[in-house]
Design a protein around this ligand. Sequence first.
Ligand SMILES: [Zn+2]
Length: 479
Amino acid sequence: MAKNKLPKQAEDFPRWYNEVVKQAGMAEHGPAKGSMIIKPHGYAVWEHTQRALDDRFKATGHENFYFPLLIPMKLLEKEADHIEGFAPEVAVVTHGGGQELEEPLAIRPTSETIIWNTYSKWIQSYRDLPLLYNQWCNVMRWEMRTRLFLRTSEFLWQEGHTAHATEAEAREETLQMLEVYREVAEDVLAIPVLAGRKSVTERFPGAEETFTIEGLMRDGKALQCGTSHFLGQNFAKAYDVTFLNAEGQREHAWATSWGFSARMVGGTIMTHGDDNGLRLPPAVAPVQVAIVPIYKTDEERSAVLGVANRMRTALAGEHNIRVRLDDRDQHRPGFKFSEWELKGVPLRVEIGPRDVVDDQVVVAGRIDGNKKKLSTDEAIASMAGMLDAVQSGLYDDAKAFREANTHTISSFDDFAQGVEAEGGFWVGAWCGDSDCEIRITGQTKATIRFLPIEPEDPGAACMHCDKPGTELATWAKAY
Ligand SMILES: [Zn+2]
């Protein structure tokens, strides 16, 4: 199976992305418009991401539960801002069992409504609080334009839904989970992110405050990598969730919700990939080390595979490394090299008959393209350290890229031309007025990605309308 050559990133980034996702076996389009089939190599990246998140959720005191996919429409409609925000994207089931349903059912676009409706039964007293719960599930938001992983009607994610007795506790939870997201994005996916607060326009429907982490992709566009919402008492009021406090008075509970989705598989591809394919961070790479034996005769084959097998056993066993011995007879080594390169495997080990005699192997790095000869034992002993170096090297590269592509806005024209020509993050003073923000977006297609978590006086006039600046806004074109 000959692979097509990948388009160059610099020439056509969207086509590069689409091709690398397909050729590397990450995902493909499903038969229904807007749908996606996640293939094993892509799903494994998500599984490792899930585990990293889930371990941190548990460590911060959360438990998992599961709510139904279908939500009665009348439940969905109770929180006014929420339904107004989601209405255009909601898919509705109107028929079942060959009959029209008496009450239409929404396919969850997110689960605040059904969960808070249930919390009204679970919460009676301050002793019932806090509720610290999360669910792993799929949600559906109708999309006509599909981009694999980044924008599909159905997508996989987790949604945390917590209830608290006090505003302070709920606010603290919101920022704690944002920090968990930052840690997973940076330490696991090797994607440097900036954390901030969304403007009113970009806020989650029904939230008092939305916080976000944002990364910069190789094409200069921003990607929202995870959001955490302080929901105030809006959902508690809409679904009548009250509790008796320690003084015996009835109060509405305080809420948070937070989500991180499988679009981050796409984010990982777009942050690290190059013209030869994926470059996966070892922490989420389904295969961390691929061993490719090189031989011609049967005699060479058995000698080379002897060493290769010993190495595989040692790496997988003692060193807990995800290793694949590529002993497929039908493919030549050159084919295997480029396939593992395309699939983004961080390290490749090459073993030929000559190496067996010399008791050495060649270790080739996907990130830097370097090859080095090491004794077999040395290679085994140093592999975990080499993977760590790849992990931090990818992060450092991506951070240097972001820093080189972050600009201070000197004038509106300068910003408008710059963001059009080269993308990147643009930081400057803004008046805080949503109408002004919408006009800027209308003229530039850039949106405010985030404001500082605590408002900062920008000490300058708004770059667009010249009114006094009240916020230091970071703008970018975004996915
Ligand atoms: Zn303004």
